[in-house]
Design a protein. Structure first.
Length: 119
């Protein structure tokens, strides 16, 4: 499984890209200076790191995502369930609902997902 984990600042940076893509690398530098108080070198260092992880690409000065925000969230959720619950979604749901009762709307949505994914 790919490791797309990011620290807090990397996540804020990634969110900027997802919100503004496609974005020119020069424009990204300016945006990061304004939003994150980063210098140009910091922006390029973090961009390079996230490109190496496979999250983004910088081609001909245009920065775009290789993984959408939804795909990233899905990968992180799967990684969490793998590590914390040995990959067992039922164990995760049991732990999640042990302290919090599901609403009828949540139950209906879960049932819809189950029905859609039933073999």
């Amino acid at each position: 499984m790919d490791d797309y984990r990011m620290g807090e600042m990397e996540q804020r940076f990634a969110q900027l890209i997802w919100e503004h893509e496609p974005i020119g690398s020069g424009e990204l530098v300016k945006l990061c200076e304004k939003e994150l108080s980063w210098k140009k070198s910091t922006t390029y260092t973090v961009l390079h790191r996230l490109c190496e992880k496979g999250l983004f690409q910088n081609e001909n000065g245009a920065v775009t995502s290789r993984l959408s925000r939804a795909e990233y969230d899905s990968a992180q959720s799967k990684l969490f369930v793998e590590h914390a619950f040995s990959g067992s979604l039922p164990k995760f749901l049991a732990a999640f609902t042990a302290r919090r009762k599901l609403s009828q709307k949540e139950i209906d949505e879960l049932q819809r997902l189950i029905d859609e994914n039933r073999g």
